[in-house]
Design a protein around this ligand. Structure first.
Ligand code: ATP
Ligand code: MG
Length: 180
């Protein structure tokens, strides 16, 4: 599985539709301070279902929507799509290319899509569980997280190992089953 493309529109500083493509190998994002590098990693987290606004460096959910500048009006909706090459079937879905989309309106209305079909946040979490790419995985790792992993308690560290070992998706389903 590989991330091949990202499209942003109205997300944080990306007012206009912005398309980023990722080739094989390492991609480095460079630019002056405040140019939006971290906003790109925030977009990855957000589209993968991050619900914690502080992880996205905001105070409230709508902080991800372009808030306007001296020259430009604010926008009413933020949208991010992330495209995956799934030819190796890492994602348990019968498509060789998978695109997930998240949209948030200023009214608070929120939408998720898998391959352009509406879905629940839970479906996104389930699709990426144990792939190493989902929410809470090590796919997006900020500086202070490295320290937190090194200093974590054994039971916290166990959660990291369970994700890596690929069993957390079954735990999630077991919990869902017990609740019913
Ligand atoms: P550094 O090199 O300092 O880490 P960076 O390239 O990572 O900088 P970001 O933190 O990604 O920069 O971008 C910060 C910019 O994004 C700021 O100018 C901020 O005003 C802008 N920004 C953040 N949220 C929004 C929003 N909702 N609407 C408009 N602009 C926003
Ligand atoms: Mg930054």
């Amino acid at each position: 599985m590989q991330v091949v493309k990202m499209e942003l529109r109205g997300f944080k500083s990306f007012a206009d539709k912005t398309v980023l493509t990722f080739d094989r190998g390492i991609t480095a994002i460079v630019g002056p301070n405040g140019s939006g590098k971290s906003n790109i990693s925030d977009a990855v987290r957000w589209v993968l279902g991050e619900q914690n606004v502080r992880q996205l460096r905001g105070q409230k959910a709508e902080d991800v929507i372009f808030s306007g500048t001296a020259q430009r009006r604010s926008q009413g909706v933020a949208e991010v799509s992330l495209y995956f090459d799934n030819q190796d079937n890492t994602l348990d879905i019968a498509f060789s290319e998978v695109v997930i989309t998240r949209r948030l309106f200023r009214s608070g209305e929120s939408e998720f899509y898998i391959n352009k079909r509406p879905c629940r946040l839970k479906d996104i979490h389930r699709l990426f569980a144990d792939t190493g790419m989902g929410q809470d995985s090590m796919a997006v790792i900020e500086q202070n997280r490295v320290d937190r992993i090194l200093n974590s308690k054994p039971d916290e560290r166990r959660i990291i190992f369970e994700e890596v070992a690929g069993i957390s998706r079954f735990k999630g389903r077991k919990q869902d089953g017990l609740r019913k």
